[in-house]
Design a protein around this ligand. Sequence first.
Ligand code: AMP
Ligand code: GLY
Length: 423
Amino acid sequence: MKILVVGGGGREHALIWKIKQSPLVDKIYCAPGNPGIAGLAECVALAADDIDGLLAFAREKGIDLTVVGPEVPLTMGIVDVFQSARLKIFGPNKAAAQIEGSKGFSKDLMARYDIPTAAYQSFTDRDAAVAYIEEQGAPIVVKADGLAAGKGVIVAMDVEQAVSAVDDIMLDKVFGAAGASVVIEEFMAGEEASFFAFTDGENILPLASSQDHKPVYDDDKGPNTGGMGAYSPAPVVTDEIREQIIEKIVRPTIAGMAKDGCPYVGILYVGLMIKDGMARVVEFNARFGDPEAQPLLVRMKSDIVPVLIECAEGNLTKSELEWHDKAAVCVVMASGGYPGSFEKGLPISGLDDAAKLDDLIVFHAGTVAKGGQVVNNGGRVLGVTGLGDTVASAIEKAYQGVELITWQDVHYRKDIGNKALSR
Ligand code: AMP
Ligand code: GLY
């Protein structure tokens, strides 16, 4: 069969690395892809949000299944467009993708179905938002309602900072239209984890646990990024917590969406805060996590392709996935300056040496080929993913790879996975 993967980051490289191993697959295309993906699939010069272009391409090539990586095409309705054209596609439709595209939508859903999360209120009026913050006090969390590339959340340690966040979002429109309304939320303490489940809209197939590292610097210091590294499994998700996440969060969410006439198909991403044996939802996303997809997919033993097809067809039969016993750790190598501005076009060295290591895979994210070299072209550039018998040995392997690779101003965290070791 022929598969088209939409996107061009580390998540899509990992997806294609996994899809490529399926005996069901003859040919993989990726739009737009990246130089790492180009070794496994045919890259097509179409942007991930060029829905008309992608539809025309899928028709022309007779694509059997399209797999959507990023949230933007999902919230734009790529699934609806492909389905209208009778093309098979994996991901939630536009209505269901609101679970990520609108924080108000997801908070209201959780309230309706008693899904544990932070207390909140939504506001379209600046003064009402400020009055609520003054009444609640700090710490408190301010969120732009719409998509803001992971930057629309401000965890305010005092009332002044929360009010200025509301003004930035609602008056100065620093996140554009995403800030027409804000969600003000209770601050939750605890340890974060990421949990994923495939679903056909009714049945669910949970994945192994994982943990992201959002802040840019070691010890969770500095501004939040898309994720500076991830590992799987995450010991904070004990068997009891896993059961709780599945029964109290994932099942009621999928059942609630179906009951609301808005069934959710694809992979559901649950961002969690875990404290004192209780898991609460920080956010939902409508797609695989990046970088979490990288350690998760290298650990997945089951063929992913039948799962993607069954979800897209609405007949998910599998109820358990098989996993390799090894742990996996992904260290993101980023451009110096990220998540702020950074220089692009800097040549990357050491990729060939890293490719020679066993139990190590270098996934490309923000790279591009230029004059026979691979150069940086985005904030998160590479996801260096190591496998080991324990998280400790997977950490060692990942950093062995990282140490072989460099470019001007490269930045990475040195403590990815350490939270697992402290348990
Ligand atoms: P989100 O985009 O909603 O995942 O938020 C980004 C990050 O902000 C999360 O990964 C958390 O670290 C933090 N965050 C969001 N909401 C809360 C909350 N209610 N309490 C504490 N931290 C939060
Ligand atoms: N790793 C965070 C995200 O994918 O949103």
